[in-house]
Design a protein around this ligand. Structure first.
Ligand code: ATP
Ligand code: MG
Length: 260
C-alpha cells in the first residue's frame, strides 16, 4: 500500500477535526476526497504529508508507520520527501524562489536528481508555464501559481501526489488539461481533494466522503455512485435543495455545485 490509514484522529486547536477514518491507497490508485468546507480535507492531506501528527490511530507509508520518530530518520525523511508531494490549497505557501524556473528546479536540486534543466523545460511545457520561466512567482495570477506549483512537484518525480483543490483557481480549459496530464502519468498514486464535482470522476474512480462532526467516511467507493446518490450528497451537505425562478415560476431542484 502507498498509504494505510487506521482509525485516524487529527486534532486542531484542541478539537478533533478528523475522527475514526480508515482507508488505504494502493500504488497507482486515483482517489478523490470530497466533503463540504471545514470537514477536514486539508487537515487529512497535511497529515498524509507528515505535517500533522495523528492524535489517535495511525498512518503508514509503504508499510512503515509515519510518525515523528520515523520522519526524523534522515534516510526515511529523504525518501518520503522525494516520493510524496503535497500541492497546498494555499499555493502562496509553496512558492518562495526568485523565478519560476528556480521554483521548478528547487525540488530536483534538493533531491540531487539528474537533468534539472530538462526537467524544468518538460514540466513547464506540460503545465503551460514555459512563457513564465523568468518571472517571479509572487507576481503570477492564482491559476498560474497553481500550475507552477504543480510543475515543481512533478519535476521531482513523485510516486504519490496529494492535491488540495488543484482546479480551484484554474479556468475550464486548464482544469481539463490537468485531468489529461494526470491521466497520462500511469503509476502515480493521486489523492485529490476537490469541490469540483464535474471533474471528480475523471480525477478518481474511487471517492472518499468526509462530513464535519461525523466520525468515519460517509462513502468509500465508486465516484459515480456517490455523484448519483442524492440522499448521501444532501446528508453530507454537498447538495442543496435550491429554489429559484425560471421564467417567473418558482422551481426547486437539487443543486450540486459543479465548479469550484
Ligand atoms: N489551526 C487551527 N486551529 C483550530 N481549528 C482549525 C485550524 N485550522 C483549521 N481548523 C478547523 O479545522 C476544520 C477543518 O479544516 P480543513 O481546512 O481541513 O477543512 P477543508 O475540508 O479542507 O475545508 P475547505 O473545503 O474549506 O478547504 C475547520 O473547521 C477549520 O476551521
Ligand atoms: Mg481545504
Amino acid at each position: 500500500m502507498s498509504f494505510a490509514v487506521e482509525a485516524l484522529r487529527l486534532d486542531l486547536g484542541g478539537c478533533a477535526v478528523v475522527r475514526d477514518v480508515s482507508f488505504a491507497l494502493a500504488p497507482g490508485e486515483r482517489v478523490v476526497l470530497l466533503g463540504v468546507n471545514g470537514c477536514g480535507k486539508t487537515t487529512l492531506l497535511k497529515a498524509l504529508d507528515g505535517l500533522l501528527p495523528a492524535a489517535a490511530g495511525s498512518i503508514s507509508y509503504a508499510g512503515m508507520p509515519l510518525d515523528a520518530a520515523r520522519l526524523e530518520e534522515p534516510a526515511f525523511r529523504r525518501r518520503f520527501r522525494g516520493e510524496v508531494g503535497l500541492l497546498f490549497q494555499n499555493v502562496d505557501a509553496m512558492l518562495f524562489n526568485p523565478t519560476v524556473a528556480d521554483e521548478i528546479a528547487f525540488g530536483p536540486r534538493q533531491l540531487g536528481l539528474p537533468g534539472v534543466e530538462a526537467r524544468v523545460a518538460r514540466w513547464a511545457a506540460a503545465l503551460g508555464v514555459a512563457p513564465l520561466l523568468e518571472r517571479p512567482p509572487f507576481e503570477l495570477s492564482g491559476g498560474e501559481k497553481k500550475r507552477v506549483a504543480l510543475a515543481a512537484l512533478l519535476a521531482a518525480d513523485p510516486a504519490v501526489l496529494l492535491l488540495d483543490e488543484p482546479t480551484a483557481a484554474l479556468d475550464p480549459a486548464s482544469s481539463a488539461r490537468l485531468v489529461d496530464l494526470l491521466a497520462g502519468l500511469p503509476g502515480l498514486t493521486v489523492l485529490t481533494a476537490t469541490h469540483n464535482l464535474t471533474v471528480a470522476e475523471e480525477l478518481g474512480s474511487r471517492a472518499l466522503l468526509l462530513a464535519p462532526g461525523r466520525p468515519g467516511l460517509l462513502h468509500d467507493g465508486p465516484t459515480g455512485a456517490l455523484a448519483a446518490d442524492e440522499r448521501l450528497l444532501v446528508e453530507s451537505g454537498l447538495a442543496h435543495r435550491h429554489r429559484h425562478l425560471h421564467g417567473g415560476a418558482e422551481h426547486a431542484h437539487f443543486h450540486v455545485h459543479g465548479g469550484d
